[in-house]
Design a protein around this ligand. Structure first.
Ligand code: FES
Length: 149
């Protein structure tokens, strides 16, 4: 009689383990792919020393354009006085991409009306820091942007 009760308990425990294990497996099979899908993939940071920004004669005075520098955007500006300037194009406030506003003569962030002067210094609005400068040089008539050393 006692042996039969022990057998019954053993079978119950065995079934509990099987059912609990199955439930854990089921939950894992649902959440693992979901978490894997939502987690952004790791991207290798591409180390770039310099990039070509095109020909000087294709770039009008008093204008700006965004250039891809590896995985980062850089804003290249050709001033009215024919100076070439380049800065990190990511706003130091909340990472929006900045643009050149020729009518105001500033680098402007549309997200919260942040402004930087043409030396990259934050002059109005919420940006807390200046934009990182890049080196701009000419190789023939080709504009080369490189990191400051
Ligand atoms: S993100 Fe540029 S001012 Fe807020």
């Amino acid at each position: 009689m006692k042996s039969s009760a022990n057998n019954e308990d053993g079978r119950r425990n065995f079934l509990k383990y099987i059912i609990n294990g199955g439930l854990i497996g089921f939950v894992f099979s649902i959440f693992y792919p979901l978490v894997s899908y939502l987690k952004p993939p790791k991207q290798e940071e591409v180390e770039v020393a310099s990039v070509s920004a095109g020909k000087l004669d294709e770039f009008e005075k008093d204008s700006g354009k965004i250039i891809q520098f590896g995985s980062k955007p850089v804003i290249l500006i050709r001033t009215q006085t024919d100076k070439l300037l380049a800065y990190d194009a990511v706003c130091t406030h909340l990472d929006c991409t900045v643009q050149y506003k020729s009518e105001m003569g500033v680098i402007w962030c549309a997200c919260h009306n942040g402004k930087y002067d043409l030396s990259g210094k934050n002059i109005s609005g919420p940006p807390p820091k200046p934009l990182q400068p890049y080196n701009v040089s000419l190789k023939g008539d080709e504009i080369i942007i490189s990191k400051l050393s």
